[in-house]
Design a protein around this ligand. Sequence first.
Ligand code: 13P
Length: 248
Amino acid sequence: GRKFFVGGNWKCNGTIEEVKKNVSMLNEAEVPSEEIVEVVVAPPFVFLSFVKSLLRSDFQVAAQNCWVRKGGAFTGEISAEMLVNLGIPWVILGHSERRLLLGETNEVVADKVAYALSQGLKVIACVGETLEQRESGSTLDVVAAQTKALADQISNWSNVVLAYEPVWAIGTGKVATPVQAQEVHSELRKWLKENVSAEVAETTRIIYGGSVNGGNCKELAVQPDVDGFLVGGASLKPEFIDIIKSAL
Ligand code: 13P
């Protein structure tokens, strides 16, 4: 089966003191073993090394973005090579906040994913529709187009986790219902089966993100095509531990 995956996206939050506190909370928690659940936390770039040095060894660290190709004269950017050099195994790419606020297109996101994979990083690739797109009935077309852009550029999906994050659910407290999440996840898996391969469809983890919390995680986690979560706000709180435990 697909190992349950719980990511904590800290976004652009935290002071040194808050980061220390959050890492202590994680380090002290009793959670299911690494064989049951893969836990990955994504602090802002400036805290990556600090978090990596303090964090328990059964949890991993991710960056929240990286530059689209090899580093160089790109002021303010961080390259995939640098993350590898730092010993950071994961990167989140294509988060809706970057797509919508920073203009990242499906193609740019796919370029980033392909380059990061080529450098040996593992990727949490995000897809998801806006409220307007959902209300106009184009959810499945939107997530299929976002996934197709990835599939056009990558052949090996073994280091990819696909995160379905409906934009209307992010930071709004309006979590997708288990039925809504399962529907999109199963359609994404079907898309992978028809357009990539049966094996990739069967083995690729598809995780849900958008207002996941300690109270709603369990009913989402039991859906057959929900293989874990990408958590924003609640990843900075003790309930993140309950979300990790929903793997059981
Ligand atoms: P929230 O859990 O705060 O809704 O954020 C979800 C998210 O964007 C994770 O990447």
